[in-house]
Write a protein that binds this ligand. Sequence first.
Ligand SMILES: Nc1ncnc2c1ncn2[C@@H]1O[C@H](COP(=O)(O)OP(=O)(O)OP(=O)(O)O)[C@@H](O)[C@H]1O
Ligand SMILES: [Mg+2]
Length: 203
Amino acid sequence: MTKYQTEDSLFDQKHGVLKNKLGITDKEKLQSVEIQHLAGAYKQAAQEYSERHVFTEQDIRYLHKLFLGEIYDWAGNYRSVDLSSEDIRYCHAAFIAQNMQRFSDELSNMTPFEPNFPKREIVNRLAKIHGELIIIHPFRDGNGRTTRLLCDLLLMQAEYSPIDTRSFYNAEFIRKYHSAIQILWHTNDHTPLFNLFEPMILK
Ligand SMILES: Nc1ncnc2c1ncn2[C@@H]1O[C@H](COP(=O)(O)OP(=O)(O)OP(=O)(O)O)[C@@H](O)[C@H]1O
Ligand SMILES: [Mg+2]
């Protein structure tokens, strides 16, 4: 439960789910519908994006909409409520637009990923992109999954395999991953995220 959820009109307090276009009030049902839509988004994005594509914030919004557009009205739009998890407070809603603009410039300079990049370069860029997008946390929900989708599209450009997303549902991994995000947030050092991702990024 995040600190601000009580003031959030997008959240259905009674059922403990985000209000959605499908009128789903059951948490598990909503989760499984989201999983189906995420799979659809992977399929479509993998077809649409070329290996030469330069990514910007428009693509991030598009990917989020591709994933959640049929479920939530706010898909593809930046959040207007402040959010935090237990040990981290994300970018203030009022600063998202400017932070995403800065991030968009960095992202476009770092893409496309190319097959001839050394692995070190791939992991380095990926850790920066992944970490920064999570810290900005531009959307009301779905930031983790959209970030992983974006990262997998970039890995495909470099002819690497997508990251095994099962790790992101493993408690021990999550502990290390969250800690790496928090270090980035506090010190601007993406080395822990680099070290965590390095063995997971494979041809
Ligand atoms: N305690 C924490 N410390 C650091 N980062 C966190 C913490 N809790 C969550 N995160 C980050 O926020 C993401 C979750 O954000 P959000 O709920 O918007 O995305 P999601 O796609 O719905 O969820 P998930 O990534 O769990 O599938 C996580 O993937 C992680 O990157
Ligand atoms: Mg979530």
